[in-house]
Ligand binder design. Structure first.
Ligand code: BMP
Length: 224
């Protein structure tokens, strides 16, 4: 239910010790998401290091958004680090872009997760106008999952209605961006992506545990 986003800066007591965060939150997390801030600071090898430090899935979040050949080339570098999944934008469309990425990902045994909407307000003006098409394209492509915002649970409900149980839904926006643990899960998400509420805590393990407990309480109440 919980995917931890490892974006620096971390809590001052942790400095840059992302492996300590991985170790401490591992019992409560079902995956880790590593994005540009950590990769740019520590190099792409950071993905391999985190891959070694946990048995949980590692998701490379570069929000790929390019022509297919370029995304496929980036994917090869990420696959060498052993990542389990990559995140790509859905607004780029399928032909000549996502189709090529998905084809390459299948060969390399890496899952693709497509951003169908984002958690910030500006998403409403552009991406959100095409959520239905992005979700339907993703379903046709047979990708592993979608990113939809915890800050707008109605979009999660819409997407879940379209994909049924076929795709996993990952939902950021919990904690610092305003949604509460469980909001997205109760709307139909499979995982909530949580970063700062955990990684800026002096005790990331305890913070992750608190998020997970709150998620479980909420899910028990809303799903019965
Ligand atoms: P935080 O819980 O600290 O707000 O972090 C959220 C994480 O989810 C960040 O890694 C961010 O890149 C990611 N994310 C997001 O916040 N909104 C989106 O729409 C898509 C994301 O990947």
């Amino acid at each position: 239910m919980l995917v931890v986003a490892l974006d620096p800066p971390f809590s001052p007591v942790l400095g840059e010790d992302y492996l300590r965060i991985v170790r401490e939150v591992d019992p409560y997390a079902q995956g880790f998401k590593v994005g540009l801030p950590l990769i740019l600071r520590r190099g792409v090898d950071v993905l391999g290091e985190i891959r070694e430090a946990t048995r949980k899935p590692v998701i490379a979040d570069l929000k790929l958004a390019d022509i297919g050949d370029v995304m496929a080339s980036a994917l090869c570098v990420l696959a060498e680090q052993g990542v389990d999944a990559v995140i790509a934008h859905g607004f780029v469309g399928v032909e000549g872009s996502l189709d090529k990425l998905v084809e390459e990902a299948e060969k390399l045994g890496v899952e693709v997760i497509v951003v169908a909407s984002m958690s910030h307000r500006g998403s409403e003006k552009y991406i959100d106008k095409h959520v239905t098409e992005i979700v339907e394209d993703s379903l046709r492509l047979g990708v592993h999952g979608l990113v939809l915002p915890a800050t707008r649970p109605s979009l999660i409900r819409l997407a879940r209605g379209l994909v049924g149980g076929s795709l996993r839904i990952y939902s950021p926006g919990v904690g610092h961006q305003g949604a509460q643990p469980g909001d997205a899960l109760c709307a139909g998400a499979d995982y909530e992506i949580v970063g700062r509420a955990i990684t800026r805590s002096e005790s990331p393990g305890q913070a992750a545990r608190a998020v997970l407990e709150r998620q479980l309480e909420r899910v028990r109440a809303c799903r019965g």
